[in-house]
Design a protein around this ligand. Structure first.
Ligand code: ZN
Length: 197
C-alpha cells in the first residue's frame, strides 16, 4: 500500500484557513492528524482529494461548505428555558454543550445567547457555511488493523478513541428532549433533565 485508499490509516500535517486567510486549525509533524481513509473520519471534501496521494505529497485543498461542515441552517437554533437546564450549570457565551437526544446520540451545541429566562443553543457546527482552505502533507501511511476497520477509526498510541464521545472533556453532558420545536410543557420536561456532568 503506497497510496491513500480505503482501509489505510493516514497521518497528515495540515493548516486550515478560512476564506479571509485566518488560520483556525493546524497539526504539525510531532502531532499529526491520524484518520482511517474511507470511514468518514474527516470531511468528505477533504477525504476525496487525498485519495491516491503518497507519503511526502503536499496538496492545497479547497472545500466548499456543502462538502465541509454543511451550510448554516437557521432552523438549528433553539431557545431553551433556563429552568430546564441543570441548576448548577455555569453557562458562558460560546461554550459547547453536549446534548443527548432521544436516540442517545450526543449533539454539540454552542451557547449563542443567555437571558435570565432562556438560553439560545446553536446546533450548527461552528464551521457551517464556511469555505475551507487546507494545506496538507502526507507524513505516514499504514494498513489499518482488522479491529480499526471494524471500529471505523484508528487506534493511535496517544489518541485513544479520539472520535468517541469521551472527547468532550470540558463540556457539559446532559440529556434533553426537544420535541418538534414546539413549546415545552414544563411538567413533562422537568424530570427529563439529568445533569451528569
Ligand atoms: Zn475503537
Amino acid at each position: 500500500m503506497d497510496t491513500i485508499q480505503n482501509g489505510v490509516v493516514v497521518s497528515l500535517t495540515y493548516t486550515l484557513k478560512l476564506q479571509n486567510g485566518e488560520v483556525i486549525d493546524f497539526s504539525e509533524a510531532d502531532d499529526p492528524l491520524e484518520y482511517l481513509h474511507g470511514a468518514d473520519n474527516i470531511i468528505p471534501g477533504l477525504e476525496r482529494e487525498l485519495t491516491g496521494l503518497k507519503i511526502g505529497d503536499s496538496k492545497e485543498v479547497h472545500v466548499e461548505a456543502v462538502d465541509g461542515y454543511g451550510e448554516y441552517d437557521p432552523e438549528e437554533v433553539e431557545d431553551v428555558e433556563r429552568k430546564l437546564l441543570p441548576r448548577d450549570m455555569e453557562l458562558r457565551l460560546g461554550m459547547v454543550l453536549a446534548i443527548r437526544d432521544e436516540e442517545g446520540h450526543l449533539n454539540e451545541a454552542y451557547v449563542r445567547a443567555i437571558t435570565p429566562d432562556s438560553v439560545q443553543l446553536d446546533f450548527n457546527h461552528p464551521l457551517a457555511g464556511q469555505a475551507l482552505y487546507f494545506s496538507v502533507q502526507v507524513v505516514g501511511l499504514r494498513d489499518a488493523t482488522v479491529e480499526e476497520v471494524e471500529h471505523g477509526h484508528p487506534h493511535g498510541i496517544e489518541l485513544d478513541e479520539e472520535f468517541e464521545d469521551d472527547e468532550f472533556d470540558d463540556e457539559m453532558d446532559f440529556e434533553f428532549d426537544f420535541e418538534d420545536d414546539e413549546e415545552f410543557d414544563d411538567d413533562e420536561y422537568e424530570d427529563d433533565v439529568e445533569g451528569d456532568a
